[in-house]
Design a protein around this ligand. Sequence first.
Ligand code: SF4
Ligand code: SF4
Length: 157
Amino acid sequence: MARACGSCTLCCKLTEVPELFKPVNKWCGLCKPGKGCSSYEKRPPSCHTFSCIWLSDPSLSDDLRPDRCRVMLERLTDKTVLVLNEPSRPEAWRAPAMVKVLQEMVRSGLTLAVGNATRKQIILPEGRSVEDARQEIEEVVRGRTQLHNGPQPAQPR
Ligand code: SF4
Ligand code: SF4
């Protein structure tokens, strides 16, 4: 059976919502924390398509629901997972149950970007260079910023 968010609303705080100009780490004005979205039927496309890893992966235990463990895992690309801590709990990802999940991800070849919106440490699987990972992460972040600010003018050559 598919999972449901239940009373978790953590992504409505940790992620940015370009359509609403909502920055990271700030509750969305439409969110009723612990209850849900007050505009669920009309929520913007980026909310509509968003799913954290816990929601889509039943192998993660119920205790690892983001509002319970204070860490939200997001698949950034096919090679990289974003590990975002609740700002008030920057070390939440070090809890043993979460470390076990993260170790397994790295063993399977995934890169982890761990931290918060502005500072991330990169944990690499064997064979991947830090430059390659950084470039990939920067490209995704730049793409989101463009979505937020509109297309950037081409740089003069
Ligand atoms: S963080 Fe995950 S489980 Fe929590 S509300 Fe968002 S999508 Fe649902
Ligand atoms: S619009 Fe709704 S789903 Fe999207 S961030 Fe705000 S409260 Fe959450």
